[in-house]
Design a protein around this ligand. Sequence first.
Ligand SMILES: Cc1cc2nc3c(=O)[nH]c(=O)nc-3n(C[C@H](O)[C@H](O)[C@H](O)COP(=O)(O)OP(=O)(O)OC[C@H]3O[C@@H](n4cnc5c(N)ncnc54)[C@H](O)[C@@H]3O)c2cc1C
Length: 377
Amino acid sequence: MAKKAKSQAANTKSSRPQNEVWIYAEQSGGKLSEVGLELLGKGRELAHKLSAPLGAVLIGDGIMELANDIIAHGADVVYVVDDPIVKDYTTRPYALSCISLVNEFKPQIFIIGASVIGRDLAPRVASSLRVGLTADCTKLRIDDYTDPRTEKIYKNLLMQIRPAFGGNIIATIVNPHTRPQMATVREGVMTMPKRNPSHRGEIIPFHVKFPSSELKVKLVERAVREKKVNLKAAQIIVSGGAGVGSKENFALIEELAHALGGVVGASRAAVDAGFIDHDHQVGQTGTTVRPKLYIACGISGAIQHQAGMAESAKIIAINTDSEAPIFKVAHYGIVGDLNVVIPRLIKAYRAGGTSTAAKILANEIKCVTTSGVEVNG
Ligand SMILES: Cc1cc2nc3c(=O)[nH]c(=O)nc-3n(C[C@H](O)[C@H](O)[C@H](O)COP(=O)(O)OP(=O)(O)OC[C@H]3O[C@@H](n4cnc5c(N)ncnc54)[C@H](O)[C@@H]3O)c2cc1C
């Protein structure tokens, strides 16, 4: 349980340490977004390394209760702007809230989820504060940095790591001179910490004065389109790539996914070819997934695809090309035509009468990486 919220508006110079690690706890419609909770796990790790408290920023209307959940996920302190003006997300009032909080409490690091909201909010906050921002980080860690020109050593900087140049290199970016060090992190990249209701933290209400110049945008209507598939939550994903060949042939992918109790994913090439909707795309510019089982069918395994699925617990790849890069990350590889392999897999699975995909792995497939398909039954 969180400590009782402080009742005073906390806009007096705080006695809080000014070196906290902050994450933005995004909420929408009174519900915390997963990405904010995911950041709490990484935030805790960074804060531990720096021996600093972990703070979270929560903005909305009537959302004070959510602060307890944020504390249960690891925050030591939650700064809450609770005001009808910020009931729904609009850029300027939300940015002003973050900027006012940063100016008051001076965190050393501020991480925001690269959601639709985060991608709008973070650059606005960073540019107003005149600090750097690295977008779409896939890894973050604390390390020392030596300036190659001056040889000056900067201790304990945030290493902001992300793919660059279309994913062909991995760049590490540092901000030695400005604070806070700001980064956005893609959804699903960090692991969500377990909820610990006994974790203690402090809730600090914060009042922001919103001048009328910041309230130019009025939200007239809010329309939310639900995603067609929840890839992040799926335990089994069967993904099809360009090798599937056509929109009609994607029925084969759907049939295997259905048989295994999983959902359908896709590579970008399959999406670009119009075989399936973008909601199904896995990868750097799609969804990052970590299912128990990921079956890649007719997917070459480009680095941008791997960025979204390489953390899956078990990966099976089906591909006609034994040299396809997907086999480098696959635990089991089947070299063969998916039009032959998938129907046999479905048949073998159904004949087995088992409800677990593991049974397929263990008993039904003789895994091969070079010499063609071998499926029992
Ligand atoms: C900035 C950027 C972001 C990107 N983001 C993403 C992303 O989020 N997700 C993503 O997936 N890609 C992304 N890409 C694209 C990526 O580089 C690849 O182009 C894409 O992943 C290729 O998709 P694919 O493997 O389906 O197609 P291909 O590379 O064309 O591979 C098709 C594979 O199917 C195999 N095949 C063909 N016929 C059969 C058959 N009958 N049976 C079995 N196998 C067969 C072939 O051997 C081949 O390996 C991005 C690229 C850039 C530059």
